[in-house]
Design a protein around this ligand. Structure first.
Ligand code: F6R
Length: 260
């Protein structure tokens, strides 16, 4: 696992957008797995700016969703489908045809979950999966004690996650209890996994995920199993890392051609 400590969220956005741009230059039809929430927004802004400046060709790029609330009405502005269309697909100038996501309104939700795993595999797999991290260590909506081998399925959000996400809704009671999320096993199938965390509220979860034991109680620790996992953190989110100096030295000495 590589840990990159950057000064702030904008620097993180530039760094990860640069990695995505490099990937698209090598593989123009790359499948980018995108997270929602507040943390990845600087990445999407930075990538869209590169596209507008003519530095990245996204005409064949594809985007897929990490997770979705269950039961929100079609077109609800806080559904993750709406969010990805608004924050990623539209600013990049992509079409809905280039976008894959699970059906959170399906009558048969288990079948919709299995269909989504199949669709990701048939699309050739995710090339780069961007992740945030919950204050409780979740990735996607794999809450603590999720199976580290899990596939896309229905999960129940913890009270803490619903409270964290209530800022997007009128109140905590309006945050759906149930979600569809790529499983941890599904996430680990991506060829490159990039976890971004910013702000002091993520410091404890980041330290446990990076330096703690591999444990289902900290779902993000599953990234320790991935052969190409990059954790990008700002100074505040890095505050709990005992090896921060080592991570800084390592990145400073890294040959530029290696990229992320
Ligand atoms: C969202 C997702 C979640 C968030 C996490 C952090 O698609 O999968 O794991 O990444 O809850 O959310 P923010 O970035 O809003 O703190």
């Amino acid at each position: 696992m590589e840990v990159v400590i950057v000064p702030d969220a904008d620097a993180a956005g530039e760094l990860i957008a640069g990695a995505m741009a490099g990937l698209l230059a090598r593989r123009p039809d790359a499948l980018l797995g995108v997270a929602t929430g507040s943390t990845p927004l600087p990445v999407y802004r930075a990538l869209a700016a590169r596209v507008r400046a003519g530095g990245v060709d996204v005409s064949r790029a594809r985007v897929c969703q990490l997770d979705e609330y269950v039961g929100l009405p079609a077109g609800h502005p806080e559904s993750y489908r709406s969010t990805v269309l608004r924050e990623v697909v539209a600013p990049l100038g992509l079409t809905e045809e280039s976008f894959l996501g699970p059906d959170g309104e399906a009558d048969d939700l288990p079948a919709a979950c299995a269909d989504y795993d199949r669709a990701l595999a048939e699309a050739g797999g995710v090339d780069l999966q961007l992740l945030g991290i919950g204050s409780d260590g979740h990735i996607g909506f794999n809450e603590p004690c999720s199976s580290l081998a899990s596939r896309t399925r229905i999960k129940t959000l913890t009270r803490r996650t619903r409270e964290d996400n209530s800022r997007f809704f009128g109140s905590v009671d309006e945050v759906p209890q149930h979600v569809i999320t790529q499983g941890i096993g599904t996430i680990l199938d991506a060829r490159h996994v990039v976890l971004l965390a910013t702000g002091a509220g993520k410091a404890e979860a980041v330290a446990l995920a990076v330096e703690g034991p591999l444990a289902a109680s900290v779902p993000a620790s599953a990234l320790q199993l991935h052969p190409h996992a990059t954790v990008v953190v700002d100074e505040a989110a890095a505050a709990g890392l005992a090896r921060a100096d080592y991570f800084r030295d390592t990145y400073a000495a890294k040959p530029k051609w290696q990229g992320l």
